[in-house]
Design a protein around this ligand. Structure first.
Ligand code: ATP
Ligand code: MG
Length: 713
């Protein structure tokens, strides 16, 4: 085990302390994830347990994949199908697939993602006659989520505190419908696993026995239910290792509870605590900047974090005219960086809200830079993919009403909204699924013409189901595309978008093929399960592309170069200025997010904000983020033009071309503006503050020289 040398003293201690509870509490980039990875490799190599006896929890599927890759290299084993390295959700889904009958679900349950969930909630609102304007759907959704995360069932009203009774009513109906559809939402996966264990001590005992070693990464972001779950599972062997950083707790809005860190030492009173203090990821400058920001939080455990890495460059700050200028600055800089030899996938663009991605996407594509947005417009949420998945779900479970209504008229087969509405009403009345209704009562309830169409649809479903029985996932998908004429319809279209859809469906088939190669359980159910849970990530991520994502999605990742954008009051921190005084906790969580963002950078950190931004279509002026003021000026270098070439080996940017000042500009000069491109100076105001320019593509513009960032060419 030569590789044990790749650990420092404290890390080694954490890896070797395999027996008993262990808490590793340490700052960003100090090797917490590395400890977990090496610990698993060590356990396997020493023969302390078989792969099937290890349960490792990561925060994302991407992190799980990376961990498997790494262990594969360290230990040299090929098959991971027995080992449980996954997110909480995937682990629970895997347990419930085997045990669902014990909690009144059948094993072929479907997993509802956020969209399904909102769809179903909408139905609940309608059924209960509750006005959506009065009670916001997202708010209710969050409440229900909170209840589930706190293990509060609809009948536990006494535990709910002061809550709108309509929410309780919706919660009850929502759960009832889930059960009817044989569906679970994300929160249910954990909730029901705990219920399963609580009500079936023998089953719990089996899993307690099985998981001899339990490891949890990003422990600071576990919620109450997740804590409970690992607590239950670890009772027997008590070999539980959790690693986390209280400064990186950024999911309290989803019920994550930093107190779980303190709680760990209470519940496992003999827990060993190890601190890691050396950061291996970032330059001294980047680490200092991160420390300067986070030290403004009052409620935190004091931590030392140091590094022997280079001093590195100052961090760069660009003040953009507006969000489009910001996106252009970022894209042009990235273009130069890539030309200097930086790998696209070593560059990350981070922002606070998903909506910010669009401008970057536009600018990146206009510069022909390969990129990938993580988190939004996800592959499995695209229409055509969801349609086919709906068919697949119906193959495993024809009573899944949501899926049925999704595709009852897709591709178009002449079943109109009126008929669909009638099916909904009737199936409600009879208390049976739409599928059963159509099969058993179709002929009686509908006129002959409609009945024929409906019958054809049911016949199609049954036909697919019958043939699917003996087929692999790839074959079933092809079968669905073929029998439904879905592919045919798209192929006959001349629409570019439909062509894209064809490409996406081909991608789905590839994904299924990969699934079949990699999984022991190759069933359709397991495939559906795995894709619902990989909602954040898809194949494209493995390619060499610039990654765009929210800070939340960037947790645990690292990049050579990070662009942290939109550093403006009201955007990041995402609070209104007037609210700040009253919202210390929220501001502290925003600051932790800022800390997470900064510490993703290994070598270069570039911060940007815009003086103006279109918000809901309105152009408004902006103020720079208070977080910028927390960074001492000596760490910052203001830049006015896109970053030029860099020499990556000694990690220094070449001289930045300075923008023109009022003394250096004259009428007739040809200049370049980041947004408007090339233009000619027509006139200058008397005080030389304003300049009138004729742009090649934008006509005449009057600009303030101090903001315009013009370059002479
Ligand atoms: P985060 O808090 O962001 O999740 P972390 O504490 O999990 O960070 P890792 O991702 O495990 O930190 O490690 C950060 C970087 O430092 C990785 O690139 C890792 O390979 C490297 N690293 C960790 N420990 C060592 C070591 N002992 N020697 C060399 N490199 C190391
Ligand atoms: Mg980590």
């Amino acid at each position: 085990m030569e590789w044990l040398k790749e650990l420092n003293q404290q890390q080694l201690e954490a890896v070797l302390s395999t027996e008993g509870p262990l808490l590793v509490l340490a700052g960003a980039g100090s090797g917490k994830t590395r400890v977990i990875t090496y610990r698993i490799a060590y356990i396997l190599n020493m023969g302390l347990a078989k792969p099937g006896n290890i349960l490792a929890i990561t925060f994302t599927n991407k992190a799980a994949d990376e961990m498997k890759e790494r262990i594969k290299k360290l230990v040299g084993i090929e098959s991971f199908s027995e080992m449980w390295i996954s997110t909480f959700h995937s682990a629970c889904a895997r347990i419930l697939r085997m045990e669902a009958h014990s909690i009144g679900f059948s094993n072929n349950f479907v997993i509802f993602d956020m969209q399904d969930r909102h769809q179903l909630l909408k139905e609940c609102f309608e059924k209960l006659n509750i006005d959506q304007d009065r009670l916001e759907l997202r708010y209710v959704s969050r409440q229900i989520s909170n209840f589930k995360n706190m293990l509060i069932s609809p009948s536990d009203t006494h535990k709910m505190g002061d809550v709108d009774p309509r929410i309780v009513e919706i919660y009850r109906l929502y759960n009832k419908l889930l059960k009817e559809y044989n569906a679970l939402d994300f929160d249910d996966l954990i909730y029901h696993t705990i219920t399963l264990f609580r009500t079936n001590p023998d089953i719990l005992e089996r899993y307690q026995q099985k998981f001899k070693y339990i490891l949890v990464d990003e422990y600071q972001d576990t919620n109450d239910a997740q804590f409970k779950l690992i607590y239950l599972l670890a009772q027997k062997h008590r070999n539980i290792c959790v690693v986390g950083d209280d400064d990186q707790s950024i999911y309290s809005f989803r019920g994550a509870n930093v107190r779980n860190i303190l709680e760990f030492e209470n519940v496992f009173s003999d827990a060993k605590v190890i601190k890691l203090e050396r950061n291996y990821r970032s330059t001294k400058t980047i680490l200092s900047v991160a420390n300067e920001v986070i030290k403004n939080n009052t409620s935190r455990k004091e931590k030392k974090l140091w590094t022997e890495n280079n001093e590195g460059e100052k961090i760069y700050l660009y003040t953009a005219f507006d969000e489009i200028d910001e996106a252009n600055f970022v894209s042009m800089s990235i273009k130069n960086l890539i030309q200097s030899g930086v790998k696209p996938s070593e560059i990350g663009i981070l922002y606070r809200t998903n909506a910010q991605s669009l401008n970057f996407e536009n600018a990146l594509s206009s510069h022909a830079i390969p990129y990938k947005v993580v988190g939004s417009l996800r592959f499995f949420e695209r229409k055509e993919i969801k349609d086919i998945i709906a068919y697949l779900r119906l193959v495993t479970n024809p009573h899944d009403n949501l899926s049925l209504f999704r595709i009852i008229n897709v591709p178009k087969r002449g079943i109109g909204p009126g008929t669909v509405e009638k099916i909904k009403v009737l199936s409600d009345e009879y208390g049976i699924s739409a599928y059963s209704l159509l099969k058993e009562r179709g002929a009686m309830e509908f006129d002959r013409r409609t009945y024929l169409k409906l019958n054809e649809f049911i016949f199609l479903l049954e036909d697919i189901r019958a043939e699917a029985d003996s087929k692999s996932v790839v074959e079933v998908i092809k079968l669905v595309l073929d029998k439904t004429k879905y592919m045919e319809t798209l192929l006959s279209s001349k629409n570019e978008e439909d062509f894209q859809r064809v490409k996406n469906l081909e991608q789905l088939i590839s994904a299924a093929a990969v699934f079949e190669e990699e999984n022991e359980d190759k069933s359709l159910q397991n495939f559906l399960n795995s894709i619902t849970l990989s909602f954040e990530e898809d194949e494209a991520q493995k390619e060499d592309r610039v990654l765009l994502m929210t800070i939340h999605a960037a947790k645990g990742l690292e990049f050579d170069v990070v662009f942290l954008t939109g550093l403006e009051e009201g955007l990041f921190p995402l609070l209104r200025a007037e609210d700040i005084n009253g919202m210390k906790e929220e501001l502290e969580e925003e600051r932790r997010l800022c800390y997470v963002a900064i510490t993703r950078a290994k070598k270069f950190l570039v911060l940007t904000y815009a003086n103006n931004r279109r918000v809901f279509g309105r152009f408004s002026s902006r103020q720079r983020s208070c977080f910028l003021d927390e960074i001492p000026a000596n760490y910052i270098q203001q830049v006015y033009t896109p970053l030029r070439k860099i020499n990556f080996s000694d990690m220094s940017f070449n001289e930045n071309q300075q923008s023109v000042t009022k003394d250096s500009l004259a009428v007739g000069d040809i200049i370049q503006h980041n947004r408007f491109g090339i233009g000619k100076v027509l006139s200058l105001s008397e005080d030389l503050n304003e300049v009138l320019i004729e742009f090649e593509n934008y006509g005449q513009k009057r600009l303030l020289l101090s903001y315009a960032n013009l370059r002479k060419i």
